[in-house]
Write a protein that binds this ligand. Structure first.
Ligand code: SF4
Length: 415
């Protein structure tokens, strides 16, 4: 039996039990230490065959198609990863419960379903996560609007309740008036059009333009737009040698999803060896100078090599990511490198990024499902709490104002 936990205005509570199918093989963290993750193997998680549950406490779950064929007042829908939840737009009011089936741990499509239901379709009823759901995911699930969770039998209720207790403000958003929702949708559509126009103009005007992708959600959005529009813009990434396995797993996923070969640039091995001899592999914890030197060797120098021979580069930076990015412009001049620098998502919110990812089914780093918001190298990145500054998850032992890796601190002027 799986345990049902629910979250309401008074906090989390155990609401009952539910029969479950055998769980899929849980994924183990592929890089538990700080070693070179390129040598680690990304685990393959076999999804269960068919839905993870057939019944809820009020009866039998209906598939999305069954619901559309004849919605029952007070019934429950079980959504599968491939379902297009927009088809439910006019059929949500009578549902007592919508459950989202996670076939594998951290499946981004389940998060996309939740975002679409809560933010775009204005669904305010109970939203349950079931299937491959673990206690350490609950925090991130609650953040995107889930308020009911079917925990696997082997999960600790105490751990789960503790995780949910820290989520003290459950999703209780006031219903958005129809006019506001329509206006938001129009604004979002306009944002996408502006992004497409900006990328098209860069492709037409620049010499060998490239997206410098950290494989973040923002960079995945831009990658998706480049691929959709078939633009002649290169995409490259910097494999520092200290990235999470979950981040590196996106490289083959981009290849299979878009047919795009990403150029991977790595640090100079001699420079890395010299750093390790002088400061130790994790010398960056010892002080700002050591940290910046590590970033210079593993990130900045490879970036400079990757940008040689180009007249423009593109980033996924947004203004609200950090105090240091508040004045970010969409188009800048990188005076140090003598080239154009474009930040086409500068005005986007995190919600815009998630909405885009949901609309176009963009592959996302599985770490977002575990509370990570800003993702860099594994030893310098950690998850944050809801409402916490995302940059608290990066170089948390340093002063707030020093939190840049050197990729974006070159003297620039607005174009
Ligand atoms: S983020 Fe950390 S590990 Fe990565 S290059 Fe910078 S200091 Fe080194």
């Amino acid at each position: 039996m799986s345990l049902i936990l629910e979250l309401d205005a008074t906090g989390p509570r155990i609401a009952g039990e539910q029969a479950e199918r055998p769980a899929p093989t849980p994924a183990k963290p592929a890089n538990a230490g700080h070693g070179d993750v390129r040598k680690k193997i990304v685990p393959v998680v076999k999804p269960p065959a068919g839905p993870s549950a057939t019944a809820w406490e009020g009866g039998v779950y209906l598939s999305m198609q069954q619901w559309r064929d004849g919605a029952e007042q007070g019934g429950a829908i079980l959504l599968q990863p491939a379902d297009d939840v927009r088809a439910l737009a006019d059929r949500l009011d009578s549902a007592a419960l919508i459950a989202v089936d996670f076939h594998r741990i951290g499946d981004g499509r389940g998060y996309s379903h939740a975002f679409m239901l809560r933010e775009r379709l204005n669904y305010r009823g109970r939203l349950r996560a079931l299937g491959a759901v673990t206690a350490d995911q609950l925090f991130a699930l609650a953040r995107v609007g889930f308020d009911s969770f079917a925990l696997r039998a082997d999960q600790s209720a105490e751990t789960a309740l503790a995780a949910l207790n820290t989520f003290s403000v459950p999703y209780q958003g006031a219903p958005v008036a129809g006019a506001n929702a329509a206006r938001e949708e129009a604004n979002f559509n306009a944002r996408i059009r502006l992004l497409e126009r900006a990328l098209t103009a860069i492709a037409a005007d620049a010499t060998r333009p490239a997206l410098a992708s950290s494989l973040s959600a923002e960079d995945m959005v831009i990658t998706d737009a480049i691929a959709r529009l078939k633009l002649p813009i290169d995409v490259f990434t910097l494999d520092t040698g200290r990235l999470h396995a979950e981040t590196l797993a996106l490289i083959p996923e981009i290849k299979s999803r878009y047919g795009l070969d990403i150029d991977v640039h790595r640090p100079d091995e001699n420079a890395v060896s010299a750093y390790i001899s002088a400061h130790g592999a994790d010398g960056f914890y010892e002080g700002l100078a050591q940290r910046k030197l590590c970033c210079t060797i593993r990130k900045v120098a490879p970036l400079n090599r990757a940008l040689e021979g180009r007249s423009a580069w593109i980033t996924g930076q947004r203004r609200d990511q950090a105090a240091t990015r508040g004045a970010l412009e969409e188009a800048e001049r990188d005076e140090v490198r003598g080239m154009g620098k474009f930040n086409p998502l500068a005005a986007w919110s995190w919600g815009d990024v998630l909405a885009y990812a949901a609309r176009f089914d963009v592959p996302m780093n599985a770490l977002y499902a575990r509370g990570y918001v800003s993702i860099g190298c594994e030893p310098c990145t950690k998850a944050v709490r809801p409402g916490e500054d995302p940059r608290n998850g990066r170089w948390w032992w340093e002063n707030k104002d020093s939190k840049e890796c050197g990729l974006h601190t070159n003297a620039t002027v607005t174009r």
